[in-house]
Ligand binder design. Structure first.
Ligand SMILES: *Cc1c(COP(=O)(O)O)cnc(C)c1O
Length: 384
């Protein structure tokens, strides 16, 4: 299914496109489910436009595949899914902001609650509408970001018992370092703390239906966190090669996004000349230099200047000079028969010449998630 104009050389658009392989996405979900267990529930994390892959199209496919829940960062993202017809429950991981209570109720979104004021406000609003609305309570077991700290849990329980228009349908926590074997003691401690805090809720009369802890690395590496529901982002997008590179057992996942363009121009540049802004590259031989219409405004990082590699005609070729806003230069001297209009894989490709987002990330000190989420809206997404 193609939602965007296809960028063939004959079409009238710039040929820079992110292609999203929905089949690979479905396979990644199935393989994760085989690996983690069929008795679990699965939340697909589709925040930040599904890590840049397009939340609507990816969620539709995942809903068909049997994903139980969707996780977004904020209500706006949840509403986008509702408008697109997604009917499974949607968890707003970052809660909601003052004034969004109505959006939560009207769109049937489930907010995460980690502080008292939003709980009071939502309860008040729901009471005015004669409704009882579901929330998931987030407990901070060591991430130190969102979540109620253990010592504050008794007060929160006391408060929630009085808020009759809220129903605590879920309890959750989030791992700080589940990917790192050196932190396994800490992660196991987070799990134990969470279990104890959950017991506290249950002893106080709450009946949460779903308990969830694990992100992708947790669900792959920590058996004890494979309970209730797991929240998968990176596993679905096939972006765990850097985060989990040392995990001996993990599902075999395929990157879902490729980023392609085409060579716009090729020039012969004699030895000893400089290329691009800042003159950061000097040719050390007579070279063939290709201009490709992609730049940091498309989310191709400027920090890949003189570092990145692309794949053309099944060969890797280096980025030379500075990546600029709209253009990147490639040394194609060693790519036999390189020609204008050749397809350029900035991410993706075939066989040994394929470029992974996680590889690019490694070159510039980040993770694959940051590479794909930053592919900008100027780049059309094409679905296959
Ligand atoms: C983003 C996020 C996830 C998903 O993490 P991955 O590493 O991409 O699987 C899970 N839970 C929460 C609370 C998150 O914010």
């Amino acid at each position: 299914m193609i939602q965007q104009p296809v960028n063939t050389p004959n079409s009238h658009t710039r040929p820079t496109t992110a292609t999203i392989d929905l089949e690979a996405l479905a396979v990644n979900f199935r393989k994760s489910r085989e690996f983690m267990g069929r008795d679990l529930k699965y939340m697909a994390i589709v925040k930040a436009d599904a890590y840049g892959h397009g939340a609507v199209d990816c969620s539709r496919r995942l809903e068909t595949e049997g994903v139980d829940w969707f996780g977004v960062a904020m209500p706006e993202e949840g509403i986008e899914l509702r408008r697109a017809g997604i009917s499974r429950p949607i968890l707003c991981l970052g809660s909601f902001w003052p004034g969004q209570e109505e959006l939560i109720l009207e769109n049937g979104l489930t907010p995460v609650i980690f502080s008292e004021d939003p709980a009071r406000r939502l309860n008040e609003f729901a009471r005015g509408r004669g409704r009882i609305t579901d929330i998931h309570v987030k407990l901070d077991t060591g991430m130190g970001r969102l979540g109620v700290r253990p010592e504050a849990v008794p007060d929160l329980i006391h408060l929630l018992r009085g808020l009759k228009n809220l129903r605590v349908s879920g309890l959750m926590t989030h791992f700080a370092s589940a990917e790192n074997p050196a932190e396994d003691d800490f992660t196991e401690h987070q799990i134990t703390t969470f279990e104890q805090l959950c017991d506290g809720f249950i002893e106080s009369g709450f009946k949460p239906e779903i308990i969830h802890l694990a992100n992708s690395p947790g669900a792959v590496r920590h058996r004890r966190s494979q309970s209730g529901m797991v929240r998968l982002g990176g596993a679905l997008w096939g972006l765990l090669d850097d985060i989990l590179k040392d995990a001996p057992e993990r599902p075999e996942l395929t990157p879902v996004m490729s980023l392609t363009s085409r060579i716009s121009d090729i020039k012969r540049v004699p030895k000893g000349e400089t290329l691009g802004y800042g003159r950061t590259f000097t040719t050390n031989r007579d070279s063939l230099i290709a201009s490709v219409p992609v730049g940091y405004a498309d989310g191709y990082p400027r920090s890949l200047s003189n570092k990145g590699k692309v794949s053309i005609r099944g060969r890797k070729a280096p980025v030379v000079g500075r990546v600029s806003m709209d253009w990147t230069l490639i040394d194609v001297t060693d790519v036999t028969d390189a020609a204008v209009n050749d397809e350029v894989f900035l991410i993706g490709g075939y066989g040994t010449s394929a470029i992974k987002a996680t590889d690019l990330a490694g070159l510039i000190g980040t993770i694959g998630y940051e590479i794909t989420t930053r592919i900008s809206s100027r780049v059309p997404r094409m679905y296959k």
